[in-house]
Design a protein around this ligand. Structure first.
Ligand code: AMP
Length: 358
């Protein structure tokens, strides 16, 4: 067990998007500082962090200076280049540890890990060549989805295959990247469990949220999710199993498909997760503070849900709704300070407490 970080200590965060911004705000509330490492010159986290390094992930000098300045390193995205991690790991502890990144950076490794744990994933087949794809269609069947094994997010890097005629187009869309062919799951709805594991091994999971996607991007999360008491327990135990297996320290998002035959794990994200933003207004300790507590070696906080919440993302020109939202009751607005409301860009979110409880 590591001793908890003292007041005024600095948490290094790789990535300065909205997740880095909200992690920095949570750290500040606990008297901790953050130092953001971000490639682009401007980023949402820069407005609220103690320090910012703007440099590429192959800039050895910048990585070393960053690593020496911080007491612990965490991240807000999973696709961190190995080169950067190799340098940083000797300078400060990385939490969650690299095994979690190795598993979640590659869809094939992730599915193998989950299957070895006894959890269920969509039937899948690795695809490197067009011949592999034809074999996958033969083995797994159609309809299906072809996804790049690495770097996919928000529905990017994936193509649906409804019939054999779609196969060539889907294969070409992968542009030679290694891909995974997944059988299409006929789920009733999608839920996610946001769970944390502390440095002492304690686990705290939030009530599962029900997620609705639009154009491959999360649109809305509702808590409570439509789940029976048994399903709720199963979902939380499943997430805890993953955290324990990885000896994980931090917050993780586990996305699940709900089917009559039980849960199927879609994917895991070794970081705070968009579907956990409701916790900011539904719990005493939100996912951002929980993550900061975990990586700082503090005890986990109280993650019990005290309100029903609907979280909705504000994407692109959803920003036009902001003037009306500012005066809507039971509504908490969270904006990321991004200058341009481009289509598909996450600009903020809103948490509406649908049945606020005392
Ligand atoms: P992903 O990027 O893997 O999280 O996928 C984005 C969304 O696509 C998911 O949240 C689902 O709505 C849908 N999806 C992904 N994989 C499958 C699958 N095997 N079967 C059915 N829907 C899927």
């Amino acid at each position: 067990m590591t001793s908890p970080l003292a007041q005024g200590s600095t948490i290094g965060i790789l990535g300065g998007g909205q997740l880095g911004r909200m992690l920095s705000m949570a750290a500040a509330r606990l008297g901790l500082k953050t130092h953001i490492y971000e490639q682009s010159a401007q980023c949402p986290a820069a407005d609220v962090a103690h320090r910012v390094t703007s440099a590429a992930y192959d800039d050895e000098a910048a990585l070393r200076a960053f690593g020496r300045d911080v007491d612990v390193i965490t991240y807000e995205f999973e696709n961190i280049p190995t080169y950067a991690l190799d340098i940083l790991q000797d300078l400060a502890p990385i939490r969650p540890a690299r095994n979690a990144l190795a598993v979640s950076q590659d869809r094939l490794t992730e599915k193998q890990f989950l299957t070895d744990l006894g959890l269920r994933c969509a039937p899948y087949h690795a695809v490197g060549t067009f011949d592999d794809l034809l074999q996958a269609i033969d083995k797994v069947g159609l309809p299906a989805i072809l996804k790049t094994t690495r770097m996919g997010y928000d529905g990017k890097g994936q193509m649906r295959i409804a019939n054999i005629q779609d196969a060539q187009e889907a294969y070409d869309a992968m542009q030679g990247s290694m891909a995974v062919f997944e059988g299409f799951i006929d789920f009733s709805h999608e839920v996610s469990v946001i769970a944390a594991r502390g440095a002492d091994g304690a686990i705290s999971a939030y009530d599962p949220g029900e997620n609705l996607h639009k154009n491959g991007i999360l649109h809305q999360t509702t808590v409570p999710a439509r789940l029976s008491a048994n399903q709720r327990t199963d979902a939380v135990l499943l997430a805890a199993k993953i955290l324990n297996a990885l000896e994980y320290v931090g917050v993780m998002g586990v996305e699940l498909f709900v089917t009559p035959a039980g849960f199927i794990v879609n994917e895991i994200a070794p970081r705070v997760h968009n579907s956990g933003h409701w916790t900011q207004n539904g719990c005493a300790t939100d996912q951002f503070e929980q993550h900061i507590r975990a990586v700082a070696g503090w005890p986990l906080g109280d993650g019990q849900r005290y309100a029903d919440v609907v979280m909705e993302n504000l994407i692109g020109n959803d920003m036009d709704k902001v003037p009306q939202l500012t005066s809507q009751p039971n509504t908490a607005l969270h904006l990321y300070g991004k200058p341009e409301a481009r289509a598909g860009r996450k600009m903020g979110h809103v948490n509406v407490m649908t049945t606020p409880k005392a």
